[in-house]
Each structure stands twice: as C-alpha cells, then as structure tokens.
Design a protein around this ligand. Sequence first.
Ligand SMILES: Cc1cc2nc3c(=O)[nH]c(=O)nc-3n(C[C@H](O)[C@H](O)[C@H](O)COP(=O)(O)OP(=O)(O)OC[C@H]3O[C@@H](n4cnc5c(N)ncnc54)[C@H](O)[C@@H]3O)c2cc1C
Length: 385
Amino acid sequence: MADTYDYIVVGLGGLGSATAWELARRGHRVLGLERFELGHARGASHDTSRILRHSYHTPAYVRLTQEAYADWARLEREAGTSLVTTTGGVDLFPPDPAIAPVDYTQSMDEVGIAYEALDADQVMVRWPQLRVPQGTLGLFQADAGIVPAGRTTAVLHDRARSLGAVLRDHSPVLGLEDLGDAGVRVTTDGAEVTARGVVVAADAWVNDVVGHLGLRIPLEVTLEQVTYFGLEHPDRFAHLPLWIWMDDPSFYGFPTYGEGTVKAAQDCGGPSVDPDDRTSDPDPAMEARLVQHMQRMLPGVGPAVRRLRCQYTLTPDRDFVMAPVPGHERVVVGLGAAHGFKFVPTFGRVLADLVTTGETRSDVSAFGLDRPALTEPDYQAHWLV
Ligand SMILES: Cc1cc2nc3c(=O)[nH]c(=O)nc-3n(C[C@H](O)[C@H](O)[C@H](O)COP(=O)(O)OP(=O)(O)OC[C@H]3O[C@@H](n4cnc5c(N)ncnc54)[C@H](O)[C@@H]3O)c2cc1C
C-alpha cells in the first residue's frame, strides 16, 4: 500500500464500491479500505436482491431514480453484464393507509412517470396470487425491477480493481485527520495514508469514522430480517410484480428470482442494535408478523425456508446523506438511509463528484449534513415512506 493516493474510500459495501469504481474510471489513484472481508454479510449490501423503482414520495427522489436507471445502464455497459431485471411493481395502499398515495401520484405526475391506478378487483384479476381488501388502491409502475445486491457489489469490486483501484479488506479505518491543503490522513491498523480527499461510506459504522472530525450523525441502526418462502408451483409466482404494502406495518416482496422461492420482509420491523454487538440468528416474532401478512395477501406461498438478517441505518427523516462534512470539505459522507441500493451507481457518481470538485449535476440539496433532521435534537423521527 502506497502512503499517498488521490482519494480514499472508507467502506466497500455497495455505496463505497461504486465510488471507488467511479473515481478509478476517472483516472484517479484510489484506495478502498474495508474492515471485514469483501462481500461480507454484516452490513447492508449482501443478499440476492433489492428493489429498483421510480415510485417515490417526492419529485426530487423520482427525478433521482431517473438518473439511477441511467447509471445502472452505464454500469451494465461498462461491466458487460446484465444487472437489472424488470418485473413491474405495485404499491398497495389499503383503505385508510398510513402512507399517503397522493405523495406518490403527485410526485410521479410532476416528473412525468407513467403508472396505472388500479382498484382492488383490478389488482386481483391481473395478479390472482394477490388478495387485497376492497378499497385498496394499487399503483402499478412498469419499469420497477430487481438488482442483485451481493453480485453488484462484487462486480463493482472487479471493475474498480480492473481500473487500477487498490481495495484492501480486513483494514479498519481507525483514524481520520483533516490536514487542510495537505489533504486528509487516514489511519488504518499499522499504516497512515494521505489523500486529497476521503469518501466515508461506512453506513451503520459511519460515526466511528467521522467522529474523528467531531461529527456525530443521529442514526438508528435496526436489525431487519428477510424471509424466503417455498412454493409448490414456482411458475405461478414468476410474473408477480414487486409489491409494497403501504401501511403501518409496511411489508414488501419479490417474484421468484433465480430460485423457486419468493422473498418478503417487513420494512423497519427490526429491533435497534449496536452493529458491533448483534446476532445473525432469525427472529421468530418478526417472522410470525410477516407470515400473518403473507397468509392474508399471498395465501399461495408455502412455509418459510430461509431467513437472513441485515442492518438498516436510519436517518431521522429517512433521507440520504450525500454531502461534505461541514468544515471539512475534503471528507464526503454517503448514507443510503436503508433505501439506497437502487441508487448505488448514482451514489458512486455523486460522491465522486463531490470529493473531486465539490459540485454535482444531481440535485442533492435535501441530503446535506446541516439539515434540521440531523442537527435539531428534538426532531421527531419518521421512517415510513
Ligand atoms: C433487509 C434490507 C432490504 C433492503 N432493501 C432495499 C431495496 O429493496 N432497495 C434499496 O434501494 N435499498 C434497500 N436496502 C438498503 C440498502 O441495502 C442500503 O442502503 C445499502 O446497501 C447501503 O450500502 P452501504 O455501502 O452504505 O452500506 P454497507 O453495505 O453496510 O457498507 C458499509 C461498509 O463499511 C464498512 N466499514 C464500516 N466501518 C469501517 C471502518 N472503520 N473501516 C473500514 N470499513 C468500514 C463495513 O464493514 C461495510 O462493509 C435494504 C437494506 C436491507 C438491510
């Protein structure tokens, strides 16, 4: 490992790996540091699948999804592999939902994203596997799709390395020092490296890193659980759209994807945890809640055959962070707020922009570190979106 690089990326999950790829493809000398082994399952970027969609609750997010689709296409082209599987997606708002459909319809209307508004009977005619109560509104958006979490992260590692990036795992960052015009010094066990700038994409552990600069981001880390259900007739679930149950509790699920099961989970259903002291064991109570919902909405699925734990890192407003540390512009933070994987190549592009030039063409005005949700101690957290 050299002792100077142009840029250093801390954390090589989806966000950090995309940033390392983006900086390397722009010809910069990049060092990526990961505390665990590459591709580990302790963070948020492992497992088979993540939802990619346009349907979002603000026009700014909907616009950012348009960029994300273009960024995924660019990654696929440059990696020479297909990553996006289009399935369509239906957001299901039961009567008197906890999540307002108007936020979604107005946001997609404003940006010009086409969708269909379906009533309960139309939903059940189109997808006989689904059971929804009368009065349910279904918003179907045809471009929704699935991206592979673990595989994408591995593709990004390969792309970054093939473009000259040095990626080191089992290399925890233990110190961060802003040297002003001399750059930023990063300490990892047994070595000190300096660079013009640093991108911190450490998700649940971000405060361990930016804490060295006196910053503490108010975050909640929860331990979520996804469950794979067996199917007697997998082909009957192959053309199911992605679905999101827009209520409290909120659930989401996938059609079959590379295996004869369907995956589903509750959004924000897990307990708060310390990321350094948490279990990987399944949680029977979380599963029981999910199974109850599945029995109502997708009665044709079989018993659970596999479970997986995964961490959510939640900002109080569930908005991203794509911004420099105030007073330390050479250190840029990226946080996906537990809905960032669909934007992985976009995070890579934007974080690379911000650390190299301080500017980006994307609208990230809502994702600063000085916003009220991250600075006002009595800000009321709300995570259901
Ligand atoms: C169950 C579940 C379902 C989800 N579903 C979706 C979905 O459908 N669609 C979607 O868009 N998003 C979804 N998300 C959210 C998405 O997966 C995350 O936002 C995204 O993966 C975050 O990526 P990351 O790279 O920031 O985090 P991580 O993958 O956790 O990477 C952070 C990395 O930093 C490393 N690190 C930490 N501290 C240090 C240090 N001191 N030194 C070096 N390295 C360090 C960690 O080891 C880790 O590898 C889901 C998340 C979960 C958990």
